[in-house]
Ligand binder design. Structure first.
Ligand code: UD1
Ligand code: MG
Length: 496
């Protein structure tokens, strides 16, 4: 399976769509796009078609409504931050500028990690979305071409939708505004679309008249620009509005006054979902998961109860993988063809190779490498350990920092004692070895190929191949002891 980092869905989710954004787009005239570009000039199309793309991602908002010490844009959806989703969606851009607030070291660190080529700009005070874009003034002024503004708290916009916005510019518009029709438009800016299908203005809810509030088409937030000097246009935006902020949403009306053309590009309400609260975070997670489950099944996995299976952005699945109910895939899980994941498993950073069977109730932690046809059973935890072909650990075991050779058997209750309170140590179990139930293997230790470990043994020294190692006291059997004990204790008591 190849990785397509420009996706905000698992890699297997999108075979046909590279997710790359270029400024070469198709027409925004798509089915269902009722307010699509109609009367704009298309003469500029060829000249504009190769325009390089600058993405400006706004992430400076404090996110007060999250009631969190974590900056809002770092809250995760499908196992990675909302910011990482948005930056992945912008991966095909020539340049990326991220606008952060002051004291947002963790946000800077996330940008450095997920999109290291990006430039970071600080917006000292949060004075509004236009003010935020202008914080990246140096990037705007250096750039001749298309500018796409994205909100880092809107992680669900599909790359194809962004391409439609760029396509609207290729078709001749100067501004493309992402619009949607929410079930409840409360709180959103409204798109005022004229009879030519152009965006004449955007009115924020707090500044809207009664009639304007009845408009159902709202601003999703993302906006694409191809205007000669965008910074100059944004500089002309004032803050005479209910919130006293510099609104990016004033740009279309200002542009229209100068004869420029702004058009709406419509996406689904699901894509437009912006996260301002924990409830909206959960709603966005639900959308992500629904998409991921659908794609998993489209790609050939069986999900017995899809609504109970949780994926991460990078989960990869082979063909004919069977997933039973209540399974959680954290980041970094790859499952190969024909593997069977039984109910109630939790896994992060694990590889499960072809034909392996895992669960029910198994926990796989980072570095678990479950080989072909391996069986991992109930209440088995594996961390940083490789189980080679056909090995078995069917019940109640901890396998940490080790290797289990091909065909070896790890009995119920076996513990790899990997930690001495300071350091972690390695346990090596050779191919074909048999580790009896309830053994403790105190690392570092090596069990040779084909060796037997007696049940209950605490193994602290290496065991050579084909040997038996036994470490337990000799059994003491006292015939008749129990019967005598009962007779003595159960004798009827005399006296009152
Ligand atoms: C914004 C839009 C509104 C739209 C809605 C969609 C404006 C003025 N309003 O409202 O029309 O319907 O999104 O969800 O654009 N940010 C900064 N610096 C700031 C202010 C905001 O970086 O000074 C960032 C935030 O981190 C966030 C984004 O800009 O990523 C949007 O800001 P937010 O305050 O959430 O705007 P809304 O009130 O939701
Ligand atoms: Mg918002």
């Amino acid at each position: 399976m190849t990785q397509t980092p420009a996706q905000s869905l698992p890699h297997w989710a999108s075979r046909t769509d590279s997710g790359k954004l270029t400024s070469r787009g198709k027409s925004p005239l798509q089915p269902g796009n009722r307010n699509a570009l109609r009367n704009t000039e298309t003469t500029k199309q060829s000249r504009m078609a190769e325009s390089p793309l600058l993405v400006v991602a706004l992430a400076a908002g404090k996110g007060v409504r999250m009631c969190s010490s974590l900056p809002k844009v770092l809250h995760p959806i499908g196992g990675r931050s909302m910011l990482a989703h948005v930056l992945a969606g912008a991966a095909g851009a020539k340049r990326i500028a991220v606008v952060v607030g002051p004291d947002m070291e963790p946000v800077r660190a996330e940008v450095a990690l997920v999109a290291p080529a990006s430039e970071i700009f600080e917006q000292a005070e949060q004075l509004g979305t236009a003010h935020a874009v202008l914080a990246a003034r140096a990037a705007l002024e250096r750039h001749a071409g298309t500018v796409l503004v994205l909100f880092a708290d809107s992680p669900l916009v599909e790359p194809a939708t962004l391409r439609r916005m760029i396509g609207a510019l290729d078709a001749g518009a100067h501004i493309a505004v992402l619009g949607f029709e929410p079930a409840d438009p409360n709180g959103y800016g409204r798109l005022i679309v004229d009879d030519r299908g152009r965006v004449a203005a955007i009115r924020e809810e707090k500044d809207a008249s009664e009639a304007e509030r009845r408009i159902g088409i709202c601003n999703a937030g993302a906006m694409a620009f191809r205007v000669p000097r965008l910074a100059d246009l944004l500089d002309r935006i004032g803050n005479a509005n209910a919130k006293g902020e510099y609104y990016l949403t004033d740009a279309p009306a200002l542009a229209a006054a100068e004869g420029l053309v702004a058009v709406p590009v419509i996406c689904t309400a699901e894509e437009a979902l912006g996260v301002n609260s924990r409830a909206q975070l959960a709603a966005a997670e639900a959308v992500f998961q629904r998409r991921a489950r659908t794609r998993a099944m489209e790609e050939g996995a069986t999900l017995i109860a899809p609504e109970t299976v949780w994926f991460s952005y990078d989960t990869t699945l082979g063909r004919d993988v069977l997933i039973e109910p209540n399974v959680f895939f954290g980041p970094g899980v790859a499952i190969e063809d024909g593997a069977h994941i039984m109910a109630n498993c939790h896994m992060v950073g694990a590889r499960i190779r072809a034909g392996a069977r895992v669960g029910p109730f198994a926990r796989l932690r980072p570095g678990a490498d479950i080989g072909p046809a391996v069986h991992i059973g109930n209440f088995v935890e594996v961390k940083n350990a490789r189980l080679e072909a056909g090995a078995k650990a069917n019940h109640l075991a901890y396998i940490g920092d080790g290797r289990v050779g091909a065909g070896a058997n790890i009995g119920a209750g076996t513990i790899f004692c990997n930690y001495d309170g300071v350091d972690k140590h390695f346990t090596d179990v050779g191919a074909g070895a048999f580790v009896g139930s309830n053994a403790s293997l105190v690392a570092p230790v090596k069990i040779g190929e084909g060796a037997y470990i007696g049940s209950g043994s605490v193994i602290t020294r290496d065991v050579e191949a084909d040997a038996l190692a036994l470490e337990r006291s000799a059994q003491d059997v006292r015939p008749g002891w129990a019967a005598r004990f009962r007779r003595r204790r159960l004798k009827p008591r005399r006296g009152p």
